[in-house]
Every structure is written in structure tokens, then in C-alpha cells.
Design a binder for this molecule. Structure first.
Ligand code: ADP
Ligand code: MG
Length: 373
């Protein structure tokens, strides 16, 4: 059992000329046996949060509890080696002059585990990460992916309840990163260890996580399941960070029931199901995912006069599994659209355009994200 509770966690760094609020009022509940990702742009406080969880430093305010046991508070921190956690870093941090066995056995030696036991545990850890038989290789004789597996084995060998991983895949090339991604997910499922994973890569976070904490400026902007964070972003920062999005200014045209209609251009309105927080005339910003815009093969019968909206294709990018079109309305608004690659248009061609509101989110104009203190 290893659930982690962060309450009001805050940490600032002072330098000569300024104070940086690296982590501000972070409140998250990480369930036992789950895969949780801290996601956000560089400098948003991910590593600091992870180091606070690891016990490398004390918070200025707030607490960290594991299964209800207080491990960190401003005045007192249970040291890293007594927290039942392992940590994996981006740069692997394995010793080049020690072989695989010596690298992995290190944590057991510190804990004075008898050598026969230690050998068995190292073998088990290496088997877990598919490195069985490579005990006597040196890091220089291993690929980048194998080196990262050594780092993983080294943290798994001490049988942690919690594994903290700080951008562990970012030094690997794209193909290998994807393979290691599924291996990590599989490893989490098989071991039941609680994984706290840090990345700035939204695709990685979506693919791996049970829950994602999207961070910016030291604060958690949203904490939720991958689908919710993608489909129902809490603010424009989250909408923008979680993949591609058209962020378009608009105006509430009318309200009916819980929903209503939002106008994003004189010739294009979007029917939205959930608009309780808005009134007719409100200035808003609408986040529209490129895959939720439909292009029709030809202008609607009767064209704009018949109530359909016509756009002109102003640019096209073929990406293999999808096609991207830039569709420009007569009023000048250009929307980025993703379609199936078999749906083809020429640049300059007119087409019908429609927005499916399922993946649209409406924000009050000018509403930003939670700011640093
Ligand atoms: P991330 O891992 O999301 O890139 P960090 O947690 O490393 O972000 O950093 C958050 C902020 O705190 C940044 O502005 C960074 O410059 C600052 N910071 C981190 N560690 C220190 C430190 N030891 N001293 C001073 N500032 C720091
Ligand atoms: Mg970092």
C-alpha cells in the first residue's frame, strides 16, 4: 500500500535578486497502485514536486503523507532512504566504470543485504526490465534504451512501494521512447508499484497515466483522467498544452436549457451543451480541437444562403495517418482541421465546414490560469 497525499505543498527558491515560487499550494491525492503524471512546460515545478516527494528537501508550507503517515512538513523530513521510494532520472545516473550487476546491486549493498539474496534480487530486477544475462556488460556496451533499463532495475531492486521517474525517456529516440513507454506501463501493472512520472510530453502523459496533474507556474491547473483533461480542460492553458487546439474569440448568441449557441464568426456558430456559467452577449474564448471540425466534400446545397457555412482551403499539410487543412471563412477566421487522409481537398477549393461541439470548451474571455503566488 502506498497512496500519497500532497496538501498545500509549497516551495520557493531565493536568489540574490528574486524569489521563485517553484511549487505553490499543490494539493493532490495519488492512489495506491496507480500511474500518476506531473505534466507541464519546462520550469513549471515538476522536478521540485518530485524532489519534495522523494524527501530531498523540506517544503516551505504543506505536508506529504504516505498512507496517512506524515513524511514531510516544513520542520521535518523523513530522509529519502527511509521513504520506501526509488527514483529514476533523465540522464540515467549509472556508473560508467561499473558493470550492470554492480550498478544494480548498489542499493542492496548499502542496505547490507547478504550476497546470495542480493544476487537473486538483482536477477529478478534485471528480468523485470528484460536485461537478463547482461550482468557483466558495461554501460558503454549498452544501447540508450538498455542503459535506461539498468537505471530502472537499480531503483526496482530495493522493492520500493513508490517509483519516482523524472523525464526518464527524453534521451531516447522517438521509436524507442514509444516502446519503453509501453514497457513502463506494463511494469507498473505487473508490480503494483505506485508510479509518479514527470514529463513535458503530453502524448506520453496521455498514453501512460491513470491521472494527470497539469502544472504551470508552480500550480496544478487540473488533476484528472487523461480523457477529462483532454476533452474538458479546466482553463485555456490546459486546453493549449494538451495537444493541438484552435483558441478562438467568440460571443454567446443565445442560451437555452443548460446549453446555448456561441458565435465564433458572423457566418459560423457552435451549439454547445454546457453553457450554464454564461449569459447572452458574454465575450468568450472557445477551444476547438482540430479533429472536431468536419469538412464537407462540396459546399452545402445552396451555399451560405441555405444556412450552411462555406470555407476555402488555404493550406494543406499531409501527415500520413491524418491530413491537416487550414480552412478560412469569408470573414477571415482560419481554423486548423484534421481529417482522415483519404478525405482530400485542394488549396483554394471551397468546402462545407461544421464544428462538432463535443470537444469544444468555452472559457470567459481573458480568464487565464491559476497564477504563481
Ligand atoms: P521543471 O522540472 O518543471 O522544469 P523545476 O521544478 O526544476 O521545473 O523548477 C521550477 C522553478 O524553480 C524554475 O523556475 C527553476 O528555475 C526554479 N528552481 C528549481 N530548482 C532551483 C534551485 N535549486 N535554486 C533556485 N531555483 C530553482
Ligand atoms: Mg525538471
Amino acid at each position: 500500500m502506498a497512496g500519497i497525499t500532497l496538501r498545500g505543498l509549497s516551495k520557493s527558491f531565493s536568489s540574490r535578486d528574486s524569489d521563485v515560487a517553484a511549487v505553490s499550494d499543490v494539493d493532490i491525492e495519488i492512489k495506491d497502485n496507480s500511474f500518476v503524471t506531473l505534466l507541464g512546460p519546462s520550469g513549471c515545478g515538476k522536478t521540485t514536486t518530485l524532489r519534495l516527494i522523494a524527501g530531498y528537501m523540506a517544503p516551505d508550507r504543506g505536508t506529504i503523507e504516505i498512507d496517512g503517515r506524515l513524511l514531510s512538513s516544513p520542520g521535518s523530513v523523513v530522509p529519502p532512504e527511509s521513504r520506501g521510494m526509488g527514483m529514476v532520472f533523465q540522464n540515467y545516473a549509472i556508473w560508467p566504470h561499473k558493470n550492470v550487476f554492480e550498478n544494480v546491486v548498489f542499493g542492496l549493498k548499502i542496505r547490507k543485504v547478504p550476497s546470495a539474496d542480493a544476487r537473486r534480487k538483482v536477477e529478478e530486477a534485471l528480468a523485470l526490465v528484460n536485461l537478463a544475462g547482461l550482468e557483466s556488460r558495461y554501460p558503454g556496451e549498452l544501447s540508450g534504451g538498455q542503459q535506461q533499463r539498468v537505471a530502472l532495475a537499480r531503483s526496482l531492486v530495493v522493492e520500493p512501494d513508490i517509483l519516482l521517474l523524472d523525464e526518464p525517456l527524453s534521451n531516447l529516440d522517438a521509436k524507442l521512447r514509444e516502446r519503453m513507454r509501453s514497457e513502463l506501463k506494463e511494469l507498473q501493472r505487473r508490480t503494483g508499484i505506485t508510479f509518479v512520472y514527470v514529463t513535458h510530453d503530453q502524448a506520453e502523459a496521455l498514453a501512460l497515466s491513470d491521472q494527470i496533474a497539469v502544472m504551470n507556474l508552480g500550480r496544478v491547473q487540473q488533476y484528472g483522467a487523461p480523457f477529462d483533461v483532454y476533452a474538458h480542460p479546466a482553463n485555456r492553458m490546459v486546453a493549449d498544452f494538451m495537444g493541438l487546439v484552435n483558441l478562438v474569440p467568440g460571443k454567446v448568441r443565445e442560451r437555452s436549457g443548460a446549453g446555448g449557441t456561441v458565435e465564433i464568426a458572423p457566418e459560423l456558430a457552435v451549439r454547445v451543451d454546457k453553457l450554464d456559467a454564461f449569459s447572452p452577449g458574454d465575450a468568450v474564448e472557445v477551444a476547438i480541437r482540430p479533429e472536431s471540425i468536419k469538412l464537407g466534400a462540396s459546399p452545402p446545397p445552396g451555399g451560405a444562403a441555405a444556412g450552411g457555412t462555406v470555407a476555402t482551403i488555404s493550406n494543406h499539410v499531409f501527415l500520413g495517418n491524418i491530413s491537416e487543412y487550414y480552412a478560412t471563412l469569408p470573414s477571415g477566421l482560419t481554423l486548423r482541421v484534421q481529417t482522415h487522409p483519404l478525405q482530400q481537398f485542394k488549396v483554394g477549393e471551397a468546402c462545407a465546414i461544421e464544428v462538432d461541439a463535443t470537444l469544444c470548451t468555452v472559457f470567459h474571455a481573458g480568464a487565464g490560469e491559476a497564477k504563481a503566488a
